[in-house]
Design a protein around this ligand. Sequence first.
Ligand SMILES: Nc1ncnc2c1ncn2[C@@H]1O[C@H](COP(=O)(O)OP(=O)(O)OP(=O)(O)O)[C@@H](O)[C@H]1O
Ligand SMILES: [Mg+2]
Length: 270
Amino acid sequence: MNEPVISVRGLDVAFGARKVLRGLDLDVAPGEVLGFVGGSGQGKSVLTRAILGLNPKQAGKIRLFGEDIDRLTPRRHRALERRWGVMFQGGALFSSLTVRQNIQAPMREYLKLSQGLMDELASLKLKLVGLPPDAAEKYPSQLSGGMIKRAALARALALDPELLFLDEPTSGLDPIGAAEFDDLIATLQKTLGLTVFMVTHDLDSLYSICDTIAALADGKVIAHGPLDLMLASDHPWLRAYFHGKRARAIRRPDAVGIEASAASDASAPA
Ligand SMILES: Nc1ncnc2c1ncn2[C@@H]1O[C@H](COP(=O)(O)OP(=O)(O)OP(=O)(O)O)[C@@H](O)[C@H]1O
Ligand SMILES: [Mg+2]
């Protein structure tokens, strides 16, 4: 079996007395599109940040591309950092920079390229995420929510990463915009062969683009596997999440394990 791109073992993260992650284990395989779910405040963003080395951990091992991140020299760590891209929750674009400058920020930090080449690359990334060329000179405050997401994705793709972290990429988008964004991520994942770690609350995204789902509760990953495994789980949180009121709105004819009542609602004559 291929070595996982992300491997986390026994991860503890606490803020003072508040223990957020407690002995968390998780593996993400090359090319896997993982949807990471969990209640608000459970620690999904904290885990993302811990994997990225942005949140100190109290215990545990994190390996990225097979390398233990605690054993890297700063130089090696920097080389590794170039292999992933991150779209933080809410976009987190630099508000004082234009979209072009935002996309070029990682290039400036990690690569030595001429301004002309960086301009060409930024235009390419804009096209890749479906933004018009004139978006390049706009500031984040001049963009719609959907455009901010696309610009943030373009910045995450700036260094041609192999691994993409997305923290709630479709939150705040209308259903059509969210579906378009899902399609965009799916297309990019296939064409670029990306491994994707996507934190999301969006059931549509989970159903349409994720290969596997991992669920976080009580500081641990309580389940990790294909959707069918989640649908069949007896864990109270998973049952509430996948079979609750909101979940019923999902119509997935090939889904197994959806409650009979939900299925009959879906097929009931008008
Ligand atoms: N820097 C920090 N200092 C103190 N507490 C923090 C810090 N970062 C996160 N926390 C706490 O850790 C817990 C988990 O936060 P986190 O942002 O990971 O939640 P989440 O699962 O991403 O939630 P949401 O779905 O709302 O984004 C919360 O209780 C939060 O207050
Ligand atoms: Mg979060």
